[in-house]
Design a protein around this ligand. Sequence first.
Ligand code: URA
Length: 211
Amino acid sequence: MLPKVTIIDHPFVQHKLTLMRQADTSTAKFRQLMKEVGGLLAYEVTRDLPLKYEPIKTPIAPMLAPMLASEKKMVIVSIMRAGQGLLDGILELIPSARVGHIGLYREPTTYIPIEYYFKLPYDVEHRDILVVDPMVATGNTAVAAVDRIKEVNPLSIKFLCLLAAPQGISNFHEHHPDVPIYTAAIDEQLDEHGYIVPGLGDAGDRLYGTK
Ligand code: URA
């Protein structure tokens, strides 16, 4: 199976990403942009959702009209804490989505992800899952999150981020070649601290003003 990466190059997304990259963008503005971009990215990621045709009546005439085919609400799984920033915008677009959370932090010297929280909605084996984390740097967190989600056997998994590094994508697809990645951009590399270069800094810190 060929690893699949989709770059979401919509001009609104690219413009907002540039504003988010800028070091002098305030916390409030960064958070607002992350939310807006979350909705725009989710719009693109859900473009291939299957439709079914149902008979309805407009005030003028009956017709067969398209509706989402799936009976089951999709599940957005946010990798805490930075995933929360994208999640807020995604839920504005898909308010009926169910939400799961995975708490993972990067051990500061090895960058190995350590799980501190895991909660998914019931019934996920019949649902499509969209995992969200703004940054795929080494890819270790994304791999660990999807490892864990696969234990509950969902119908399908997609991974959505805002920025990725080439190493992170390779690492992810070595472990999960069946899971497509959607991202607004792939940057050049990682620095010695595991940050994406040029990147946008620490997404969690910039969202919550913790640095
Ligand atoms: N996580 C971030 O928030 N930023 C990076 O550049 C890499 C990982």
